[in-house]
Design a protein around this ligand. Structure first.
Ligand SMILES: Cc1ncc(COP(=O)(O)O)c(C=O)c1O
Length: 403
């Protein structure tokens, strides 16, 4: 029970906070410490802190997990994606097609590679790019299509693959939010030229940060393994101009291995959280849970809701009230990338669907610090906000009005 009798009890108006510890939209998995320590002994005893036994084992285990031939780890998802794009983008071409409704730093990746983002629309039902939204963006400058999955369910992988093949354009997937997912054709990881994942603590697999690429292309796997390590082939021979030091170190790999050991249990707990939200949100008008497609395997990590036209308070006011209670709800990919000030060039975009969607969705707390009881309280708070919206809005806008 949230114990709020009137709006004066809301934390934003000086009442007591609902939660003592913030409830965030990050996963914050804490893998089993003994497992982490056990894996750490492998590299520590051998004094191999990078290029060591944990990185080797992690790459083998992740390739098995995604049912791909190769996995190449990186120091972050960011540099994993950048390296894969750099390796396969068509030389001499200048544009990279990506959705605007996606990871907020995606355009920076393009900027590092001297490529111009050409933002495509998304489908209103799925929040995902598709062959139909990508096709109008293809032109003689297209160097690559970056297929990005939304944070609930997958984009139309097969449609994008077919389009990329027909138009002879390389396709790389940002599958950071789809680690555990399957599509009808198989496990996420083996599509396009390569797929990229993150080991950040906010993701399903926590490696204290890090990232990886999966691919079935042996030449690409070799090129990426060299690129992350200064471009070295052998002792001193640099084969990749502009190579990076972007290796994952073994301590990170040890934590990622411990995370991977517990991934099925983790997903089972996420599924319970998701179904608790689904059951409880059903009773509240004006708010719609974005549902996982239960026909396929999913990680059930992210909780996304749409505030419908009937929802009686603005999205920003709703989030402000929740945040004051330490419910760290966040806007979903908003503002979209084409609406952000950028110090580098991009192809001007008119994206009315993205614009509309970017104003409607909210990420709600999820992951390991959110219990079933917390979910009851969060949903009760939403119900309270809905019931008292008119008063809350009036009070908020009177308090902050400049007289
Ligand atoms: C969809 C998506 N792609 C890429 C990244 C970058 O991953 P990293 O934080 O490991 O660099 C993130 C990180 O949040 C992300 O959400």
């Amino acid at each position: 029970m949230i114990k709020k009798k009137s709006i004066e009890d809301l934390a934003i108006f000086g009442g007591e906070c609902l939660f003592a510890v913030p409830k965030s939209t990050s996963n914050l998995l804490q893998p089993d410490f003994e497992k982490f320590a056990g894996y750490s002994k492998l590299f520590f005893n051998q004094r191999r802190y990078s290029n060591g036994p944990c990185v080797e084992l992690l790459e083998k285990r992740l390739a098995e997990f995604h049912q791909t031939q190769f996995c190449i780890t990186f120091c972050s998802g960011f540099w994993a994606i950048a390296s894969a794009i750099s390796a396969v983008a068509i030389e001499g071409k200048t544009e990279i097609i990506m959705p605007s409704l996606t990871y907020r730093r995606m355009a920076d990746i393009a900027a590092w590679l001297n490529l111009k983002p050409h933002f495509c629309e998304v489908e209103p039902q799925t929040l995902a790019m598709s062959a139909a939204t990508v096709e109008p963006c293809i032109n003689e400058n297209t160097a690559l299509v970056l297929g990005a999955h939304p944070i609930v369910n997958c984009c139309d992988v097969k449609g994008l693959e077919t389009l990329a093949e027909q138009r002879n354009i390389p396709l790389v997937f940002d599958s950071v939010e789809s680690v555990y997912e399957s599509i009808p054709e198989g496990r996420v990881g083996g599509f396009g030229r390569a797929e990229a994942f993150s080991l950040h603590a906010c993701k399903l697999l926590n490696g204290f940060g890090g990232g990886y690429i999966t691919t079935n292309d042996p030449a690409l796997a070799k090129q990426l393994a060299q690129a992350r390590e200064f471009g070295f082939s052998g002792e001193e021979n640099i084969v990749t101009p502009g190579g990076l030091n972007a290796k994952l170190n073994d301590m990170h790999a040890a934590l990622a291995l411990a995370s991977l050991d517990g991934i099925d249990e983790q997903v089972a707990r996420n599924r319970e959280r998701y179904f608790a939200y689904k059951r409880l949100l059903d009773g509240i008008g004006g708010i719609r849970l974005v549902e996982f497609d239960e026909r396929y395997r999913a990680g059930y990590k992210n909780i996304v809701v749409e505030l419908l036209d009937e929802w009686p308070l603005s999205r920003m006011d709703t989030i402000s009230v929740l945040n004051a209670e330490k419910i760290l709800a966040r806007v979903y990919y908003s503002p979209p990338l084409h609406k952000k000030p950028m110090g580098f060039g991009y192809v001007p975009a008119h994206l009315p669907v993205t614009d509309r969607l970017s104003e409607r969705y909210v990420n709600l707390p999820c992951g390991h610090l959110v219990s079933p009881g917390d979910i009851e309280n969060i949903v009760e708070m939403l119900a309270f906000i809905s019931e008292n919206a008119a008063q809350i809005s009036k009070r908020l806008h009177t308090v902050f009005e400049i007289k």
